[in-house]
Design a protein around this ligand. Structure first.
Ligand SMILES: Nc1ncnc2c1ncn2[C@@H]1O[C@H](COP(=O)(O)OP(=O)(O)OP(=O)(O)O)[C@@H](O)[C@H]1O
Ligand SMILES: [Mg+2]
Length: 307
């Protein structure tokens, strides 16, 4: 199966001379068909610009890309792509149903099928009761929902979501997560720009981290969040001998809130660590292998890049 997204040397700068900003700087990236790819980066890193180039809203200065095996701009591929922009200019006078009819038309959805599709996406986004309300009466979260509904109207094979849940309440976020996971089960490839790392952690297969327009990491979620095992130890009577044995075997030892965080070279040392503590005469109150959160991994990747 060809990759859903192949990007080679894609670049875009804004402004001229001293004022120029390299929004995206020679980006190379591949997203496999069927995967959920999280694209992370600080504000202004180039995430939105990347997506805008891929969906044809911004013309790249250089480089190339293929979506669903077709070069950028291919109309057949375009019909299979859904896009939720970061900000949407809604025409407030349109009713929800009219807005979706308009987008179904833009995507070339068969007129005979439009009504069914509209019903489908309204139901999916919990907007049936608002189908005949004007968009100007919608809350911010409701607008985000109708934006997502619009992105799904053509049953896309490849879906770009730029901050899909920034305005949603906790229920809405969970619902969005379930929708993303069920779309993946149907084989949809999803490219997700998000600052909500817990959400990315729960849905994405792989993650790319971009900083100042340059890709600084691409990795699967497990690779990123557990590079080294870490154990959180809560124990009493940890004498100096135990401490020096732990320091001798560990990569790093840190005291935090009365507990000990111990980083190890690999999993096989976890048992050994417990043995050292117990055989040294200390009593374990808890012994918890920890994963690094995506937030810690993200901040570390950005800090390393800045240095
Ligand atoms: N239309 C524009 N004109 C001029 N500069 C722009 C334009 N759009 C983006 N930029 C600049 O390009 C850079 C990348 O912006 P972009 O919106 O892609 O970042 P982002 O990663 O999506 O940020 P955020 O997390 O805030 O959404 C920033 O320095 C921004 O100021
Ligand atoms: Mg953005």
């Amino acid at each position: 199966m060809p990759a859903a997204i192949e990007i080679e040397g894609l670049s875009k700068s804004y402004g001229h001379g001293d004022e120029a900003t390299m929004a995206v700087d020679a980006l190379d990236l591949e997203v496999k068909a069927g995967e959920i790819f999280g694209f992370l980066g600080p504000n202004g890193a180039g995430k939105t610009t990347t997506v805008q180039m891929l969906v044809g809203l911004v013309f790249p200065d250089g480089g190339k890309a293929c979506l669903l095996g077709k070069p950028l701009g291919d109309l057949e591929a375009r019909a299979s792509i859904g896009y939720l922009p970061e900000t949407f200019d809604f025409h407030g006078f349109l009713r929800a149903r009219e807005f979706l009819e308009f987008h179904a038309g833009l995507y070339g959805v068969d007129p005979g099928e439009r009504e069914q599709r509209i019903g489908e996406v309204l139901e999916l986004m919990d907007l049936q009761a608002n189908a005949d309300s004007r968009l100007r009466t919608f809350s911010r979260g409701m607008l985000q929902r109708i934006g997502i509904a619009q992105a799904l109207i053509n049953r896309p094979r490849l879906l770009f979501l730029d901050e899909p849940t920034s305005a949603l309440d906790p229920m809405g976020r969970r619902q969005m997560r379930d929708i993303i996971l069920s779309l993946r089960d149907r084989g949809t490839t999803i490219f997700l720009n998000s600052h909500l790392l817990s959400e990315v952690e729960m849905t994405c297969d792989r993650v790319g981290i971009i900083n100042h327009g340059r890709l600084v990491r691409v990795a699967s979620l497990p690779e990123l969040t557990s590079p080294r095992p870490c154990v959180e130890v809560d124990a009493v009577d940890m004498g100096p001998e135990i401490m020096s044995s732990i320091e001798a075997m560990a990569l790093r030892v840190e005291q935090r809130e009365g507990r000990l965080l111990v980083w190890l070279e690999d999993e096989s040392q976890v048992n050994r660590l417990a043995e050292i503590i117990v055989s040294g005469g200390a009593s374990l109150r808890s012994f918890t292998p920890r994963q690094r959160s995506l937030e810690e991994a993200f901040i570390q990747a950005i800090e390393e890049d800045e240095q």
